[in-house]
Ligand binder design. Structure first.
Ligand code: NAD
Length: 316
């Protein structure tokens, strides 16, 4: 792969920055693009000194120009956590629609292969468990979360249209909950919230009785799956995530044990109306077409993430 050129949008974000690391490691020339809406340059600061790395501060919802040739595009720019997309509904809709259209146009012009980051949220409040790629979802287009879910559904639709109509080489990943270093402490998701509360000796907030389940994929595993998908021949959406489920109560206990702060404890609060009972990917397709499954166990992944949060929170 040495010398091949890849554009990564959302490069200063959590997943985008890990993708930059991986593609640099594989010998690619990486062009990183981000408007820093929710990202942080610190995530990619270590790459600025490399001649194989370039950064463009740009909003991809506006026309995107990149000089020279391009072999691949990874479109990961988008507000991604509920706190972010509820605060920035219009930007979220624009980056999923106009941004994706701009990048598909760029891919067509450069004859590049493009992979877009979709999400398990395209399944909405699913009526099938676990979710396979054949499930079409249960989404409320006009609810507050519709701005994210429908932007991503439109993104998939326009990507398929470019594939069918223009013969563009397209790939789509439906990402389930992913965690690891460089997640934002205040992104509103349960994992950073628990770490922050445990490290600060506060109450770990469980909503409801904690019997709801979640499954968490370590970022390195996700990146491996994305790498394989990009280089595969498979054009339809592929779920990537960790199917191992854990209840929120067990998860809080695991974090308490890991952080070992004697004053931290669990506190129970009323369950919000839209809290999903269960989230779990069916990854049979990824196993079959990519020969992929998660390798990093939760204990190992949480330990690495804990080191990161400990460091970040000691600085703030
Ligand atoms: P993140 O917020 O850390 O990263 C998103 C990046 O996109 C940020 O750096 C932000 O500044 C940038 N961005 C947003 N709008 C932009 C625009 N118009 N132009 C240029 N840059 C823009 O989020 P993340 O968790 O790394 O998510 C990355 C992608 O993966 C998103 O598309 C998200 O929908 C998808 N995804 C993530 C998860 C997860 O568990 N983290 C799950 C499903 C899907």
């Amino acid at each position: 792969m040495s010398g091949q050129k890849i554009l990564i949008t959302g490069a200063a974000g959590f997943i985008g920055s890990h993708l930059c690391d991986r593609f640099i490691k594989e010998g690619f020339q990486v062009i990183a693009m981000d408007n820093l809406l929710t990202g942080n340059l610190q995530n990619i600061q270590h790459l600025f000194k490399l001649k194989e790395f370039e950064f463009y501060h740009h909003d991809v919802s506006r026309f995107v120009h990149v000089p020279g040739s391009l072999d691949y595009i990874l479109h990961f720019a988008s507000p991604a956590s509920p706190i972010d997309y509820l605060k920035m509904p219009i930007q979220t809709l624009k980056v999923g629609s106009l941004g994706t259209h701009n990048l598909l146009g760029l891919a067509k012009e450069k004859k590049a292969r493009i992979l877009i980051a979709s999400t398990s949220e395209v399944y909405g409040d699913p009526l099938e468990h676990p979710q396979t790629e054949n499930y079409w979802g249960n989404v409320n287009p006009i609810g507050p979360r519709g701005v994210y879910d429908e932007a991503k559904r439109f993104q998939e639709a326009i990507t398929m249209a470019y594939h069918r109509y223009h013969g563009l080489e397209t790939r789509m990943v439906r990402i389930f909950n992913t965690y690891g270093p460089r997640m934002r402490v205040d992104d509103g998701r349960v994992l950073p919230a628990f770490f922050k509360q445990a490290i600060r000796g506060e109450e770990l907030s469980i909503f409801g009785d904690g019997s709801q389940t979640r499954s968490f994929c370590y970022v390195e595993d996700l990146v491996e799956g994305i790498y394989r998908l990009l280089l595969s021949d498979y054009v339809y959406p592929v779920n990537l995530g960790n199917p191992q489920e854990i209840t929120i109560r067990e998860f809080a206990e695991e974090i308490l044990k890991l952080v070992n702060n004697p004053v931290a404890r669990i506190g129970y609060h009323p369950l919000p109306v839209d809290d999903p009972k269960q989230r779990r990917p069916d990854i049979s397709l990824a196993k079959r077409v990519l020969n992929w499954e998660p390798r990093v166990n939760r204990q190992e992944g949480l330990n690495l993430t804990y080191q990161y949060f400990k460091h970040i929170l000691s600085e703030s």
